[in-house]
Design a binder for this molecule. Structure first.
Ligand code: PLP
Length: 358
């Protein structure tokens, strides 16, 4: 929806995306980077993020064919890997838009059209998509028999790399290395996501890493690093300030009751905009340099804060996320979820503006 009168603003600093990608390359010694911009680049705007990242990355990755088409129509030229399962409906689109498919099951060898490029996806423990390790021999035979298709890569996906210290990362890597013995001539091998690239950098990252979060300035999991800079700041304004008496409750279900008289500030964004309802009575937001607690249940369109005895004026700016307020990682911690979910929730009603210092 085109927003003429947005109630909140995401300010995205494109310069930090370039900085984060350069840091990632420097700190990890990674040869190639695939920039994951699925789900509207985790709410940051797929085209804008991809355009900015393009000079510093080798590939793009998206969840769906539709997301890949959006990138192509937006002028993105570098190779795009589509993670989803190919279907007869979308087979022609891979050719039309020059997309690389993911082949994760035997029927896909006949789904794709002549000349389509593909990467083979092996499941080494995630149990979501991909060929099983025991199928490696048969996959090889099918790949060789289907010369009408072009195999340009092979990959797998970690199950436990978001936090440091998991032995299963090594287990999966060993399983994958066994599989690779059958596919020595494939020119591009990739397995690491942000978590693996940042927390398991001592391991070989193969030829390429796939990163969504790191380019935006976060690591996965609970351990953030100081060399990545979050690029997004989300802001809104107070639309009403009201007086409240001791004993009165705020919002649906009366989940917060004022202990003393004071003021409530109402912000015109709610869970419909991406403030998870589970952050009710937990989140704090920044107004005029001070933190104020969100009180009562977050509603679809509004969130209320306890201003205490400070009668903050209508139109005062509220920093919801990033900048001087809580980072998306702190939101995730408080909500008991991951940074990915916090960021992908930012696809509701919000205007995005981009700063670009280059
Ligand atoms: C989403 C996704 C990634 C990126 O994950 P991050 O944690 O954001 O780096 C990488 N690979 C695949 C297959 C994905 O689906």
């Amino acid at each position: 929806m085109k927003l003429h009168f947005p109630n909140s603003y995401a300010e995205i600093d494109l310069n930090s995306i370039t900085k984060n990608l350069k840091q990632l390359r420097k700190r990890t010694g990674i040869k190639k980077i695939l920039s994951v911009v699925k789900c509207n680049a985790y709410g940051h705007g797929a085209i804008e993020v991809a355009k900015r990242a393009e000079p510093d990355v080798d590939w793009f990755g998206v969840a769906t064919v539709d997301e890949a088409i959006e990138l192509r129509l937006g002028g993105i030229k570098k190779p795009i890997l589509v993670f989803e399962v190919p279907s007869p409906r979308s087979a022609a689109a891979y050719q039309t838009h020059g997309l690389t498919a993911t082949l994760s099951d035997f029927p896909h060898f006949s789904t794709l059209m002549d000349g389509t490029k593909y990467h083979i996806h092996f499941d080494t423990g995630m149990n979501r998509l991909g060929f099983k390790p025991s199928q490696a021999g048969k996959v090889r035979k099918m790949a060789v028999a289907n010369q009408r298709l072009i195999c340009s890569g092979i990959y797998s996906h970690y199950q436990t790399a978001d936090d440091p210290g998991s032995d299963f990362v090594n287990t999966q890597q060993e399983i994958f290395r066994e599989i690779l013995k059958d596919f020595k001539e494939i020119p591009l091998v990739h397995m690491s996501n942000t978590g693996a690239a940042v927390h398991y950098n001592e391991n070989n990252q193969f030829d390429m890493i796939r990163t969504g979060l790191a380019q935006l300035g976060y690591t996965a999991g609970r351990t953030q690093v100081d060399w990545l800079t979050p690029s997004l700041t989300w802001k809104s304004r107070i639309v009403q300030t009201l007086a409240i008496e001791a004993g009165e409750s705020v919002s649906y279900g009366q989940k917060w009751t004022a202990q003393k008289s004071g003021y409530i500030g109402t912000i015109p964004v709610g869970y419909g905009d991406g403030i998870l309802r589970s952050l009710s009575n937990k989140l704090q937001v920044k107004i005029r340099g001070e933190f104020y607690p969100v009180v009562g249940n977050i509603t679809m369109d509004y969130t209320m804060v306890d201003l205490g005895d400070v009668k903050i004026a209508v139109d005062e700016e509220v920093v919801l996320m990033g900048g001087e307020a809580w980072s998306a990682a702190e939101w995730a911690e408080a909500a008991g979820t991951n940074v990915h979910e916090i960021l992908t929730a930012l696809n509701g009603r919000m205007a995005r503006s981009y700063t670009d210092y280059s």
